[in-house]
Design a protein around this ligand. Sequence first.
Ligand code: ZN
Length: 273
Amino acid sequence: MKRLMYALASLMSTIGTATLLLYHAPQSTAPAVKPVVLWKHYYDQKNDSALAQVAKAFNVPDETIAEIKAKIVELKSRDPVFNPAIKPGKVIVTHPDHPLTLCARECLAQGGLCQHAVSILMDETIQGAASTLQKYSPRTDRVKTTLKINPTEMDLRTPAQQKAILMHEKEHLEQYDAIEEGYLLVHLFKQGYSQEEIDEHPAMVHYHHFKEFRADQLAAIREGISIGQALKDDLSTIELNDETLSHPSSVNRIAQMDQVLQHLHDNTIAVAA
Ligand SMILES: [Zn+2]
């Protein structure tokens, strides 16, 4: 009996010490495990939220948003860019041997996309260094994909920056950004809104800005620190743009890229959904 008493007393004091330690823990020790961002889930949720804000601002019914999402899944399943087994339609490549064409092809292939299904055009008239066009053709019931590259603008960049820009464009393409917005616009025009009313609404500005942040960040998350760093260099040495209706300011894009680069350095970003 005496032994049991001693044992109990010792147990009591152990619990007491443990409680004391737990009580002091938040002040004395930093958490050993850093929180991990599950990027796929994170960006999907952010996209849903940006889309929902636009829907709310313009009174678009939930069913319409669900229809747009379903249409995207369906069109993507029949898009030769994502399915090498599907024969692509007519594709134009204006400068097949140009180093920038080869770099674009490499970026598409690296992302697992079918490079032979994408038209690649050198075009001095586009704004910026590169842009992606995805157009739904009712005639063929397919999406046509074009990547436009401005060689004069690209000449101002290092090869790493050129690749990073093309990776950013590849992300727009892969996320079907242009198609999603296209369907959204069709509905908004049907509801009687003008292009100006749509473009200037804060919910739409947020939606457009999110698409740019996501393309920057996915390029870095999927392709690595060097691509993220090159995009950041490009934004800080060449772009330095103020915010527009369609694009966030360079300062904000750099700040957000810094956060992603920190995650990549710390290994606190994961693919799992
Ligand atoms: Zn972009």
